[in-house]
Write a protein that binds this ligand. Sequence first.
Ligand SMILES: [Zn+2]
Length: 68
Amino acid sequence: MMKVALTEWQESATCCWCEKERECVSTTFSDGFLKEALMCWKCLQTAFKVRSRQQTDKGQPEKPATSN
Ligand SMILES: [Zn+2]
């Protein structure tokens, strides 16, 4: 299970995702996707969803379509 560590809060910083000046947190994903990246809360949630979905896809290899 992927974990997200929030190490630092900044009242105003440039979000690495949307590149806007926002309230940001320094974000590190346990799988190495992001390391101490400053992100706003909105993008943090988006990044987490995107990454979770990618990991789920990877964990479920496509099965060839078979019929009986
Ligand atoms: Zn953002």
